[in-house]
Ligand binder design. Structure first.
Ligand code: GLN
Length: 380
């Protein structure tokens, strides 16, 4: 018998709910992916590069053209000047980047702080490296961080804080106050940061994404992680990237080279072309998704769900306590089976089972998909 290296972790919830959705012929608002394609011009560039000889290994850190465009982008968006040769790595998805960053710095016995509800890949990365995950639940229903609890949780073994803004699954964002608090709690300590910013372009109501790359003192200790899949509606391509100062990037690449070595070449060339020629795409993404959020909320208004405001990401939380007191995993399964709409139960993102009754819907869908799904949900 094999000893389980990840006790207590079964198949991840996205796989479980997408399969259940398919088995029951439901509309899949569970796993976060768009039901529409990315820009045609971008997809055509991939085809072009495949037809024109860009089919061999890309360099370890990514193709230079793309790293250059990433440097242009973060300077434009966050005023952050990086060296594309020493401070960027393109990875097969943000998930690999998160794993490499954790693996690069966490040694057995090190403690890592995460905020619940917490994305499902963080803790396994810590566990596999012999680290200990310290969960701090955000305050419900605003999903703010209790910074006193962070202070109380930090010890001499704390090596890393993993944060995520805009936040999946809650749709909350970090504010300047959080940045200041983070700065204070890590001052004079040897603590690094993994900043999962994969929804960086998807913020609403004129709210700004506060990338840690905006703050030179914090950026000096941060692995900032981004996703092209979220930005270009191409989650199946698996291309993301990490930005970190040279010493951290060196440690990161030491791991990355032995996991994937490098990332899909034709996609990287295509993304470089598209970033250069069409930067308006990422500038317009927040507005694009805000319309979808507004439509979904309007369609759901007559339902008995109570929606928790989402100001970023393409997720909408819904409290169903007015409908049922079932556990959220039961409720999500019944929703899929009986009403043919799949959702994600939010309790799976917690270390300690929370009291609330909340599910997550993904609104990165055609308007017609949202209309049909909400009509079904209004029947509950
Ligand atoms: N990030 C996506 C979500 O939150 C899922 C990614 C995955 O399926 N592993 O739904």
């Amino acid at each position: 018998m094999l000893e389980n290296k990840l006790p207590g972790k079964g198949t991840n919830i996205f796989t479980v709910m997408s399969k259940m959705s398919q088995d029951h012929g439901a509309i899949n608002l569970a796993q976060g992916f768009p039901d529409f394609d990315g820009p045609l011009a971008l997809r055509e560039r991939v085809t072009w590069h495949i037809a024109n000889g860009h089919n061999q290994y890309a360099p370890l850190a990514g193709v230079p053209e793309l790293r250059e465009q990433i440097a242009v982008k973060v300077l434009d968006l966050y005023g952050c000047k990086i060296d594309p040769d020493r401070e960027v790595a393109v990875t097969p998805g943000a998930t690999e980047a998160i794993f490499c960053a954790i693996t690069a710095v966490v040694h057995p016995g090190d403690e890592v702080i995460v905020f619940d509800p917490c994305y499902d890949t963080y803790e396994p990365g810590v566990t596999l490296n012999g680290g200990v995950t310290k969960h701090i639940a955000m305050q419900y229903p605003g999903f703010t961080i209790d910074w006193q609890r962070v202070r109380d949780t930090i010890t001499d073994r704390t090596r890393l804080i993993i944060l995520n803004t805009p936040h999946n699954p809650t749709g909350s964002l970090w504010g300047e106050e959080d940045i200041q608090q983070l700065r204070e709690v890590i001052a004079d300590r040897n603590i690094l940061i993994v900043s999962d910013e994969v929804y960086e372009h998807i913020t609403f109501d004129c709210r700004q994404h506060l990338s840690l790359l905006r703050y030179p003192d914090l950026a000096a200790r941060t692995f900032a992680i981004s996703s092209f899949g979220k930005t270009y509606h191409t989650t199946g391509w698996r291309v993301g990237y990490c930005i970190a100062p040279p010493a951290l990037m060196e440690a990161f690449l030491r791991i990355h080279q032995f996991i994937n070595f490098s990332t899909q070449a034709p996609m990287q060339y295509a993304l470089a072309d598209f970033l250069r020629d069409c930067p308006q795409h990422h500038h317009e993404l927040g507005g694009f998704y805000q319309q979808k959020r507004d439509l979904f909320c309007e369609l759901m208004a007559p339902s008995r769900f109570s929606l928790i405001p989402s100001i970023g990401t393409y997720f909408q939380l819904a409290d169903y306590s007015g409908i049922s007191d079932e556990a959220d995993t039961e409720f999500a399964a019944r929703l899929t089976r009986e009403y043919k709409v799949a959702a994600i139960p939010v309790s799976v993102f917690y270390d300690k089972e929370p009291k609330q009754h909340v599910v997550r819907f993904c609104f990165a869908k055609h308007d017609d998909t949202l209309r049909e799904a909400s009509a079904r949900l209004c029947k509950l």
